[in-house]
Design a protein around this ligand. Structure first.
Ligand SMILES: NC(=O)c1ccc[n+]([C@@H]2O[C@H](COP(=O)([O-])OP(=O)(O)OC[C@H]3O[C@@H](n4cnc5c(N)ncnc54)[C@H](O)[C@@H]3O)[C@@H](O)[C@H]2O)c1
Length: 282
């Protein structure tokens, strides 16, 4: 297996590059000499990332892509290779959050979050894999979460999607080893990262207000527990690619969640429910 120790002059594709971890990754990969292909469903966010990259990257292309749309992701992967000649790295980072009890959420809510968080990762992996194979040294990075390691009340949709990303990516990595591929794969489990994710979450009215969005106060409260900057997360992710890690935890809180899951795989649930109740969750 050829590894991506050196990212200089490699072509990196990143989804969800219009904000947060995706934007920080774009900036970090540019610093390492990558040519960038960036996608997001949010054209304004993407344009802002492109503006921040001005004069800092060898080459940048952008595309408005909804990762839940398989045909759009396939077309984007082909366009990346047409524009850049090859692609070495895909980071399936685009993601959304959803909050509400199982009783209150609709099956459409679950379809929505699985469409972006799980199917988006499957679409990105499947669309780019043949191109990565042809590059001679490729890597797939899929962003799960600490909520792919441990569950939380009110987060069943997000938990299901991030556990699915973890299972998919761990098996992908084993497939690639089994078949002697020149492509490798890393599953990333961030703890709380200071991004827009809490503010853009869909929240069921029964656990918030009628707007379907978290109130400012609720978002601020949640954000207090976010310990790690997007830039630091990007550094950890790039280091994991270079070292070809299977699994990477991002942030000190991620280590706590991981330890909880190992030490008390069932008992942690009561502990977490207590913490959420003490913060005013239902
Ligand atoms: N911030 C955290 O605390 C945290 C923790 C663990 C995991 N994560 C994961 O990290 C990833 C990045 O999230 P972030 O924290 O940077 O959030 P963010 O909201 O700042 O950025 C997410 C980006 O994804 C884009 N996006 C959303 N739906 C999309 C779609 N259908 N197609 C294309 N792009 C889409 C958004 O427009 C946005 O630019 C997500 O997968 C998230 O679940 C975040």
């Amino acid at each position: 297996m050829k590894l991506l120790h050196d990212l200089d002059d490699k072509v990196a594709a990143v989804t969800g590059a219009g904000s947060g971890i995706g934007r920080a990754l774009a900036l970090r990969l540019a610093q390492d000499g990558c040519r960038l292909a960036l996608a997001d469903v949010d054209a304004d966010g993407l344009a802002e990332t492109e503006r921040l990259l001005a004069g800092r990257a060898r080459a940048v292309t952008t595309a408005v892509v909804d990762v839940a749309d398989e045909a759009a992701v396939l077309a984007w992967a082909d366009a990346v290779v047409a524009d850049h000649g090859r692609v070495n790295l895909i980071v399936n980072n685009a993601g959304v959050a959803l909050s509400g009890t199982v009783a209150s959420l609709s099956t459409d809510d679950y379809r929505w979050i699985m469409g972006v968080n799980f199917w988006g990762v499957v679409h990105g992996t499947k669309a780019f894999l043949p191109h990565l194979e042809r590059s001679g040294a490729g890597h797939v990075v899929n962003i799960s979460s600490v909520f792919g390691l441990t569950a939380q009340p009110l987060m069943s949709g997000y938990n299901a999607s991030k556990y699915a990303v973890r299972g998919f990516t761990e098996s992908l990595r084993q497939d690639l080893e089994l078949t002697g591929s020149c492509v490798s794969a890393t599953c990333v489990h961030p703890g709380g990262i200071k991004t827009n994710i809490a503010r853009s979450a869909r929240v069921h009215p029964s656990v918030a207000n009628a707007t379907g969005k978290p109130s400012d106060a609720a978002a601020r409260e949640l954000e207090k527990s976010f310990l790690t900057s997007p830039a630091k997360a990007a550094d950890v992710i790039v280091d994991a690619v270079r070292k070809d890690k299977r699994r990477v935890l991002v942030g000190p809180d991620a280590r706590v969640f991981d330890a909880m899951a190992r030490l008390t795989p069932a008992g942690y649930q009561r502990l977490v429910t207590g913490v959420v109740r003490s913060r005013g969750g239902k």
